[in-house]
Ligand binder design. Structure first.
Ligand SMILES: Nc1ncnc2c1ncn2[C@@H]1O[C@H](COP(=O)(O)OP(=O)(O)OP(=O)(O)O)[C@@H](O)[C@H]1O
Ligand SMILES: [Mg+2]
Length: 373
């Protein structure tokens, strides 16, 4: 087993125009850890993974697997196994033959191949399908065969690039559990690329959030949610997304948050204002998660409120999403099921500012003292 260390890893593509796809990524994946790379399309996740795999040359920096720098080591000699979104099983081979094929190419003994194939099939619940051809399997079963082909190789590191995105929603959930269980069972280092934040949050011991080739934050799922380092991470992690309002903090007794345009002025609780001494007088962005917004009867019902117009209600049964317009800002609230006035009505929104986040209005970096937990 081995960890994976990236030090100042960079990738520049030179096709037509020069493009920096990955800027100086430094990341220490511990032996046995499950690390997820997440971010919007084009942020450099796959390129980073492919440099670890050896499928893409490294423009600058070093990649280590265990204690060995692998920059110039060919993919086959890196002791890794990769599972892609578009896995191609051999259609004319049975599941058994698909699983054993890579081992056969390495001249492994028939007895060893049989043992490894049976063990992987048992782990993945494929034992009863070993004699079937891929076309006789469901999408999820085929994806498990693709996983099995990686498992039989007993690599030091597993690399996954969006392995579940071709599956339907239900199958994705069950395969996600399967991969989590696999990690618990094999205790082997896994690096997993996805643009799906739910996959990232549920699978990762730690998550690397990327944007435009840069690492934004590397942290545990809970820390990313509770203490996002900047506005990008705050807006990317969490669904529905965090509400943002630009404004300034005016010192006083009490101190107040004044939204741009002056449409809202809300008093800050002393416990919040005293932690935010850095932010007073500065342009900032207030961030409030939808679960920290509620609908109240009137402005006297809660300390921090704003009038709003109800735009849309989505009832999901166990919870309700409320979309409302407050001044120039669209706000989302996530509340328990409740009766609401008709769409278009005036309502009053209340914010739990104890749990609010504050970001620098210019750089988007979190303001010292801001955040929950
Ligand atoms: N072979 C290539 N030549 C030139 N540019 C490339 C090449 N491959 C990728 N890129 C560019 O590098 C950037 C990062 O691409 P990458 O595939 O790593 O993104 P990604 O985060 O995996 O996105 P997605 O979620 O869409 O898969 C993109 O802007 C992409 O256009
Ligand atoms: Mg990709």
């Amino acid at each position: 087993m081995a960890g994976v260390t990236l030090n100042g890893v960079r990738k520049i593509y030179h096709e037509g125009v020069e493009q920096v796809a990955v800027h100086d990524v430094t990341l220490d994946v511990r032996d046995g850890e499950f690390v997820v790379l997440v971010g919007p399309s084009g942020c450099g996740k796959s390129t980073t993974l492919r440099m670890i795999a050896g499928l893409e040359s490294i423009t600058a920096g070093t990649v280590k697997i265990g204690d060995r720098v692998v920059n110039d080591v060919p993919p086959k000699a890196r002791d890794i196994a990769m599972v892609f979104q578009n896995y191609a099983l051999y259609p004319h081979m049975t599941v058994r033959e698909n699983l054993g094929f890579a081992l056969k190419l390495r001249n492994m003994s028939a007895a060893e191949i049989t043992a490894r194939v049976q063990a992987a099939a048992a782990t993945l619940g494929l034992t009863e399908y070993l004699d079937r051809k891929p076309r006789q399997l469901s999408g999820g079963q085929r994806q498990r065969v693709a996983l099995g082909r990686a498992i039989v190789r007993q690599p030091q590191v597993f690399l996954f690039d969006e392995p579940l995105s071709n599956l339907d929603a239900q199958m994705r959930v069950s395969m996600r559990r399967e991969i989590a269980r696999l990690h618990q069972e094999l205790k082997v280092t896994m690096i997993y690329v996805t643009h799906d934040q739910v996959e990232a949050m549920t699978l990762g011991d730690r998550i690397v959030v990327m944007s435009k080739g840069h690492v934004m934050q590397i942290d545990t799922p809970l820390n990313l949610y509770e203490r996002p380092r900047n506005k990008f991470v705050a807006g990317f992690i969490g669904n529905p997304a965090m509400n943002f309002v630009n404004g300034t903090i005016e010192s006083g007794n009490p101190s107040r948050f004044v939204a741009d345009g002056g449409e809202w002025k809300i008093d800050l609780p002393e416990s919040v204002a005293s932690r935010l001494t850095d932010a007073h007088g500065r342009t900032i962005t207030l961030g409030v998660r939808p679960e920290d917004v509620t609908v109240v009867p009137d402005a006297r019902s809660a300390p921090a409120t704003t009038p709003a117009r109800l735009d849309l209600v989505e009832s999901l049964g166990n919870e309700t999403f409320i979309y409302a317009r407050a001044g120039r800002y669209d706000m989302t609230a996530r509340v328990s099921p409740q009766s609401l006035p008709p769409v278009g009505s005036a309502i009053v929104l209340a914010f739990n500012l104890e749990r609010a986040h504050f970001f620098d209005g210019g750089t988007g970096e979190r303001v010292a003292g801001s955040g929950t937990a």
